[in-house]
Each structure stands twice: as structure tokens, then as C-alpha cells.
Design a protein around this ligand. Structure first.
Ligand code: SAM
Ligand code: SF4
Length: 407
């Protein structure tokens, strides 16, 4: 087997059907025309992953009572993304999940005992690269590598280097639990990664272990330091759970301020049935988090924005931005500019819905031609729903865990 590199012409052992990915210099994909005509969606890769029937059937094209929306002309700005949905939201941001595996088992993200995907269902590095390259050719400007834990994927640094070098891509970012950054921060920086988001839910070793089940806080703190030393702009992510870590909100803010890091507080989302705690009981709104912070610091609402859903506040005299990701208390769907590709090649059009298109067959059946993949991605924009309808009540949650989703 010859190692594959982007741009290299490789010969793989095997018969005529075992063709090289042909990732460069291949025929350009046909330009697809997006019309108001309902496309044939490529099927989601599995049965609808919901415990209850969703009022909008997964994969449905039109929403009840909103049929007329599919006939609204798409408005494309000059030089902007070719990916525009039925609500005229332009998609220029992709979250690419590179693995569903993880060395942690965070209580809000996973069950304690998880079954991960069989290897053959997982996209190869070459397939992930092809997908990234095709998205960029369609106007995507930012890609975030995520998972699962992206840094447990072998050869992640190499993949990051290939993607970062794509013409037209403005930013390649990674979301990580930070546990492996002590050794990987510097290589990732050299590979061209722009920014890192690092999850940090507690500054107490015992409690950190309670929340992550297997994580060691000191590894993550070393990872954060290594990321700073490597020159990354770091943002911390904290999922706030009442009764778990809400009493640490001021300490986490001070930790970020002292190091000049950004920090986002996230409302827990109902992805995956968990038995560790009641998501309803642990829910804490972003406004309640801000109230806690105001007991210690003045907070000024900021106009800063990033490609993410965070809304930002600042504390006078500090560079750090405090972000709030509030899927329950402040719906940001109308501004949504993103889609997700799971590591099994399922293009998810919405974090909180099952509307999806299965891209894996197109990657595997057309190894030398990105055209069918491009067409399918363009068509899939018609599947993007208006928004999510998260419900924290038991039995109302998506079966798909966050590690499968690409958070
Ligand atoms: N393993 C990496 C990490 O933890 O940063 C990347 C993947 S993780 C799924 C991405 C982000 O999703 C993390 O910041 C994590 O805290 C967040 N997350 C996971 N499950 C969540 C949930 N149910 N609700 C809200 N955020 C969640
Ligand atoms: Fe792993 Fe990230 Fe999920 Fe925690 S949040 S279990 S680190 S994928």
C-alpha cells in the first residue's frame, strides 16, 4: 500500500476498481443549478435517530405549512458561498467530525458505556480531505475539526495540514478536550491550524474527573499552556450544569481573564439519552450564568462576533471575551451558517434535527470524481430546517450523542 498524500498521484495495490482517490487534477465537478424543485435527498445513513417521531420527518424537504418557502429565490452574493438554503442562509462553515471516539466520557456528552462505529464505517483521512476540499470549492471558508476527540485520530496533524493548505479556506480550527495538546499543540500550529477551542468544565481535579469520568485535569491544564506557548488564540468552552459546576463560574472566569483567554459558557443540549443526571434539573440559562458573573465583575455586552453561535460580553480592563451559547434561551437558528459532517459521512443540516444526506456512498463510489459529491451537497441545502426545537424533558431527546454529531 502506498501512502497517500494530497496532490500525489498514487498507485494502490488492487484491481482496476481499486482506483486512487485522484484528489487533484481530476475533472471539475459539474456546476449544479439549485432550483425551487424539491431535490431527491440522498438518504440519511440510518433509521431516524429519535426516540419519538419528530413532527418534521427526518429528510423531509418542506416544513408543514411552509411549502411556499422552497420557491423563494436564492440570493447569492458575488463571491459568496454556493451553498444557500431555502431560508437564504448562506452556509460557509463546516464542522467536520474526524472520529466518534474519545478518551473522556463527559456526562453530558456520552453514556458511560459507549459503542463506537466499526472502522469500515468511518471515513478515511483521504475521504475526509476530499469532503473538506469539495466544501471549500463550494464556498465554505471555515472548517472546524471536531469529534469525538479529534486528537485521538491518528495522523490528525497530517490531515490538518492538508486541509489548512486548501485554496480559499480562511480558517481551520479545532475543538478539543485538550488532554493531548501538550505534545500536539506545536505540530498543529505548524500544520496551519488557526484557533483552538478547549473544553474545561472544572478547575477541581476531583470534580473534573466526575464530569469527564476518565479525564485528568492536569493534562488539560498543561495542554492549555502548550497551546498558548504555541501561539494559539485559545477559547475555553464550559458546559454549565446546575449542581455540578455552577459554583465554579467565577473561578473559571478568573482563570480565563488571568491568561487572556476567551471563554464560552454553553447551555447543555439534549443530545443522546443519558442516565447520569436530569438535563432538565441541571439546566442553567445563560442569563443566570451572567447574573453569577455580575456578582464579581461588571459585564458589558459586546458587538464582537465569531463564526460560532456565541454572543459576547466583556469585562472592562480585560481582553478576554465571555461568550454565551444559548440554544434554549436565545435561539440563534436564523443566523445559522453551518452544517456538520459526521465521521460516517452523514451531512447533518441542523444540530437539533435529523435532516441529513449520506455522502459516504458518493465518496466511495466515485473515487476520482467530486461532481456527484458537489451536487449532493448543493441539493442537501434544501433539507436544512428552519431551526431546532430542543426539549430537555426525558423521552424528548435526540438519540444521537454529541460525540456522533460533531459538536
Ligand atoms: N472532544 C472535544 C471537546 O470536548 O472539546 C470536541 C468534541 S465535543 C462534542 C465539542 C463541544 O461540545 C465541547 O465543548 C463539549 O463540551 C460540547 N458538548 C458535548 N455535549 C454537549 C451537550 N450535550 N450540550 C452542550 N454541549 C455539549
Ligand atoms: Fe469526549 Fe468532547 Fe464528548 Fe467530552 S465532550 S466526551 S471530551 S467528545
Amino acid at each position: 500500500m502506498v501512502a497517500w498524500r494530497p496532490g500525489s498521484c498514487i498507485v494502490r495495490q488492487g484491481g482496476a476498481g481499486d482506483r486512487p482517490p485522484g484528489l487533484r487534477g481530476q475533472k471539475r465537478g459539474r456546476r449544479s443549478r439549485v432550483s425551487g424543485v424539491a431535490p431527491q435527498p440522498t438518504e440519511g445513513s440510518g433509521a431516524p435517530n429519535r426516540t419519538r417521531m419528530h413532527p418534521r420527518a427526518p429528510g423531509s424537504i418542506l416544513e408543514p405549512g411552509k411549502q411556499e418557502i422552497s420557491n423563494i429565490p436564492r440570493i447569492r452574493q458575488e463571491g459568496a458561498s454556493l451553498l444557500v438554503d431555502r431560508f437564504n442562509r448562506s452556509v460557509d462553515y463546516v464542522r467536520l467530525s474526524v472520529t466518534d471516539r474519545c478518551d473522556f466520557r463527559c456526562v453530558y456528552c456520552m453514556a458511560e458505556k459507549m459503542t463506537f462505529l466499526p472502522r469500515e464505517q468511518v471515513l478515511s483521512l483521504e475521504e475526509l480531505y476530499r469532503a473538506a476540499r469539495t466544501f471549500v470549492s463550494l464556498g465554505v471558508r471555515r472548517i472546524r475539526l471536531t469529534g469525538g476527540e479529534p486528537l485521538v485520530r491518528r495522523d490528525l496533524v497530517e490531515l490538518a495540514g492538508w486541509i489548512a493548505a486548501l485554496d480559499g479556506l480562511e480558517e481551520l480550527n479545532i475543538t478539543t478536550n485538550g488532554a493531548r495538546l501538550a505534545t500536539l499543540a506545536e505540530p498543529l500550529r505548524r500544520a496551519g491550524v488557526s484557533r483552538l477551542n478547549i473544553s474545561l468544565d472544572s478547575l477541581d481535579e476531583e470534580r473534573f474527573r466526575r464530569v469527564t469520568r476518565t479525564g485528568k485535569l492536569h493534562n488539560v491544564l498543561e495542554g492549555i499552556e502548550a497551546a498558548r506557548q504555541a501561539g494559539f488564540r485559545v477559547k475555553l468552552n464550559t458546559v454549565v450544569m446546575r449542581g455540578y459546576n455552577d459554583d465554579e463560574i467565577p473561578a473559571l472566569v478568573d482563570f480565563a481573564l488571568q491568561r487572556g483567554l476567551d471563554l464560552s459558557f454553553i447551555e447543555e443540549m439534549p443530545l443522546g439519552e443519558i442516565d447520569d443526571h436530569s438535563r432538565e434539573a441541571a439546566y442553567m440559562s445563560s442569563e443566570a450564568v451572567r447574573e453569577r458573573i455580575r456578582q464579581h465583575h461588571e459585564l458589558i455586552s459586546s458587538a464582537d462576533s465569531t463564526p460560532g453561535p456565541s454572543r459576547y460580553w466583556r469585562i472592562p480592563g480585560h481582553d478576554s471575551r465571555l461568550g454565551f451559547i444559548s440554544p434554549h434561551s436565545h435561539n440563534f437558528c436564523h443566523l445559522c451558517n453551518r452544517v456538520r459532517l459526521t465521521v460516517e459521512g452523514r451531512l447533518l443540516l441542523c444540530l437539533g434535527n435529523e435532516h441529513s444526506a449520506d455522502l459516504k456512498p458518493l465518496l466511495r463510489e466515485h473515487p476520482g470524481d467530486d461532481g456527484p459529491l458537489r451536487d449532493a451537497i448543493i441539493r442537501a441545502m434544501d433539507l436544512k430546517p428552519a431551526g431546532h426545537d430542543f426539549n430537555l424533558a426525558p423521552g424528548e431527546q435526540l438519540v444521537r450523542f454529541m460525540n456522533m454529531t460533531g459538536g
